[in-house]
Ligand binder design. Structure first.
Ligand SMILES: Cc1ncc(COP(=O)(O)O)c(C=O)c1O
Length: 365
């Protein structure tokens, strides 16, 4: 089965529309010239519209983790108190990054697939009095949507900055960054925006700038956000941007404008609903354990592997039928599989996926 034929239903990279793929083969341009400046400005304006923010926003050449490290690395110095909320692999990654920059990082951990409990977060904040709080909005490793608005509010009460990883929510969900009061929000290109992998976006509030400016000696070099801000005065990036990916993101944002965010969010919801209903109808169960502040993700559905079938056979069966879904990550390997409904996919791809799963299950039952 070639890459062309195989339908990627993994949580990024997502399949690309031909017009977005073709944008990558445009001739190179001078990255310090007007043409680049105009394109970069349009990309930033488009992303600000999707982030619903008036904060500064930049595009970084580097995948989502680059923006995660930019956020944490620019804010934390050796002893900055931080609370990092964890209920999956990507929450844990923010802790790991935090440990590289500060010795005063407290991980508030919940079961992977479990929900965040506000009381436990509050108790940790009482103890640590953090300057920075981090959380993943849509925890891709477990298929759960975490309570971003509630944690943003809590962070404000403690006068802490709130860093939110929106890598698999922005572009598929309503994520009103300014209304919620998110100080740093980040996203990746290869997820709900429907662009190729390799670049990421980050928005920064005035409050976050103030802490970064006070952290003058310990900021990362390649991911120095103050350098990004200085360069943006000329509509440039500090170092050579990954031009083909910028071309593709520019086109992907045009696709999003044409669809409109309201319709796009609704499409993500409907497709995830279709997957969840099909899972239920096939007698399988969803992995996340919800409480009153969490929801099933509309961009990735995590499903328990049934006892009577192993994960490798399940995913191999689907691949033979032309569909690739993702397995579990880290400690969830072999226990769950994940079906993404993000980017520009439609009902058609979702039906193909459900048929492939159904027929694989029937073959093994
Ligand atoms: C929620 C979340 N955060 C961070 C990342 C890491 O992004 P990347 O692999 O683009 O570096 C991912 C990737 O799947 C993700 O889903």
């Amino acid at each position: 089965m070639t890459g062309e034929e195989l339908l990627l239903m993994i949580p990024g990279p997502v399949p690309l529309l031909p017009r977005i793929r073709e944008a990558m083969s445009r001739p190179m341009i001078y990255h310090r010239g007007e043409e680049f400046g105009e394109m970069y400005r349009e990309i930033v304006d488009g992303l600000k519209w999707i982030f619903q923010t008036k904060n500064d926003l930049f595009v970084m050449s580097g995948s989502g983790t680059c923006a995660m490290e930019a956020a944490v690395g620019n804010l934390l110095r050796t002893d900055t108190p931080a609370v990092c909320i964890v209920n999956g692999k990507f929450g844990e990654r923010l802790v790991e990054i935090g440990h590289r920059y500060s010795t005063n990082v407290r991980a508030v951990e919940f079961e992977w697939g479990g929900s965040i409990e506000l009381d436990a977060v509050k108790a940790a904040m009482d103890e640590v009095q953090p300057q920075v709080v981090t959380m993943v909005h849509n925890e891709t490793s477990t298929g759960i949507l975490n309570p971003a608005e509630a944690i943003a509010k809590l962070a404000r009460e403690y006068d802490a900055l709130f860093v939110l990883d929106c890598i698999t929510s922005i572009g598929g969900y309503n994520v009103p960054i300014d209304q919620w009061g998110v100080d740093i929000a980040i996203t990746g290109s290869q997820k709900c925006l429907g662009a190729p992998p390799g670049i990421s976006a980050i928005s920064i509030s005035d409050r976050a700038w103030a802490l970064m400016e006070a952290n003058s000696s310990r900021r990362p070099y390649y991911m120095d956000l103050i350098a990004y801000r200085d360069s943006y005065d000329k509509f440039q990036t500090p170092y050579t941007p990954a031009l083909p990916l910028f071309f593709a993101l520019h086109e992907a944002l045009e696709v999003i404008r044409e669809e409109g965010m309201v319709k796009r969010i609704e499409r993500h919801r409907l497709l995830a609903d279709t997957v969840r209903n099909a899972i239920d109808a096939m007698g399988l169960s969803l992995f996340p354990k919800l409480n009153e502040v969490s929801e099933y993700s509309n961009t990735v559905t995590a499903v328990n592997v049934p006892e009577w079938l192993d994960d490798a056979s399940l995913r191999a069966g689907m691949r033979e039928r032309g569909v690739m879904v993702a397995g579990g990550q880290g400690r969830l390997k072999g226990r769950i599989f994940r079906i993404a409904t993000m980017g520009n996919i439609t009902e058609r791809e979702v039906s193909r996926t459900i048929q492939a799963l159904d027929s694989t299950l029937k073959e093994h039952r």
